[in-house]
Design a protein around this ligand. Structure first.
Ligand code: G6P
Length: 368
């Protein structure tokens, strides 16, 4: 194991640090030039220009990737998108729409519910399906009409990290491709977004360099029973993923809320014993988020904020902030999830849990 870990203490930590390379490998699918096009998506090339809706099916962390993609697909490609938890979709009576692209997201390609949900969509006549998967020869890639492979490499830690960020890269490429097919992406915008995607590994290195700063926060979480994660817009699913990571490996109860919903319940829970983590990118929702955070602070909450460079953080008691690189535009969620992975990892270390094999959880859930 020591050799396989290559100097890291756990597979999860190693996999967090492998993300720049995993992302570079996944972006590599587009080759050197400006080459966005339906051919990236294998057999989907024949019909990707015929769809007018997207239905995303997944479980766990992969579901959170789907939730990010919904924001992207509607905003950038202008395609109505729904995201469903696979175990719900497969058993509910829903209304099929023939011109739907069904996207099944799964690291392993063996998750029973995701597979069954995809088969259910096929039975309802929605056969234009795309698997976004990390395992080439899997049940999911055999079932879907087309496949886009993420190139995360084997993921050993039960808590998914590099599979998630490479799924987001795949979904970003899908979004940009659909936008292009629909005449919503100028050649200049396409070139600019691809340049940003190719630069993403460098941006992630700058986030990974914050590990010691993030680790210093861990003791403030390790002795608590609850934590609240806040985000808005496309970063709400990132807050959800941060809460899931903390739950999975540190066994601390964590919940995520879109910050605008605070007043509708969670504010009642706020006190000094429930740390509040905020995902605070420098986007059009920042001012609203900051006023949500002030509501938390005014009620005695302790705030831990991940902000972009350039966000002015009030120097006030009970507000701690770590500054990330500059706002990363469309792909900001990929940058912002990394510090949350590191936070969960270091809290679990302080608590002494079995980070790579958390109790009661499996890497791949092949039974219902
Ligand atoms: C399990 C794993 C999670 C994963 C989920 C979905 O719960 O512990 O890390 O996100 O399954 O797995 P999949 O392989 O379909 O992405």
């Amino acid at each position: 194991d020591a050799v396989a870990l290559g100097g890291y203490r756990h597979y999860m930590q190693k996999e967090i640090f492998e993300q720049p390379q995993a992302i570079a490998n996944t972006v590599g699918a587009i080759g050197g030039g400006v080459a966005l096009g339906s051919a990236l998506f294998g057999a989907a090339e024949q019909w990707l220009d015929q769809i007018d809706r997207v239905l995303i099916l997944a479980c766990g962390t992969s579901y959170h990737a789907g939730m990010v993609a919904r924001y992207w697909l509607e905003a950038v490609a202008g395609i109505p998108t729904v995201v469903e938890i696979a175990s719900e979709y497969r058993y509910r009576d829903s209304v099929p729409h023939p011109a739907t692209l069904v996207v099944a997201i799964s690291q392993s390609g063996e998750t029973a519910d995701t597979l069954a949900a995809l088969e259910h969509a096929h039975q309802l006549g929605m056969t234009k399906s795309l698997a976004i998967c990390n395992v080439p020869e899997s049940a999911l890639t055999r079932t879907a009409a087309a496949t886009f492979l993420t190139h995360a490499g084997p993921e050993i830690g039960v808590a998914s990290t590099k599979a998630f960020t490479t799924q987001l890269v795949a979904l970003a490429l899908l979004t940009l491709t659909l936008a292009k097919l629909r005449g919503r992406l100028t050649p200049e915008a396409e070139a600019a977004e691809l340049t940003r995607l190719r630069h993403l590994p460098v941006a992630l290195q700058a986030v990974l360099a914050k590990e010691a700063e993030i680790a210093a926060w861990a003791p403030h979480f390790a002795d608590k029973a609850h934590a609240l994660f806040l985000g808005r817009g496309v970063h709400w699913p990132i807050a959800m993923e941060g809460a899931l990571k903390l739950k999975e490996i540190s066994y601390i109860h964590a919940e995520a809320y879109p910050a605008g919903e605070l007043k509708h319940g969670p504010l009642a829970l706020v006190d000094a014993l429930m740390p509040v983590v905020a995902v605070a990118p420098n986007d059009q929702l920042l001012d609203k988020l900051m006023s949500n955070l002030e509501e938390v602070r005014a009620r005695g909450g302790e705030l831990y904020v991940f902000a972009d460079q350039g966000v002015s953080i009030p120097q006030v008691p009970h507000l701690h902030a770590i500054q990330l690189p500059e706002h990363y535009g469309l792909f900001s969620p990929i940058v912002h999830v990394v510090p949350l992975q590191l936070l969960a990892y270091h809290v679990a270390l302080v608590r002494g849990t079995d980070v790579d094999k958390p109790r009661n959880l499996a890497k791949s859930v092949t039974v219902e």
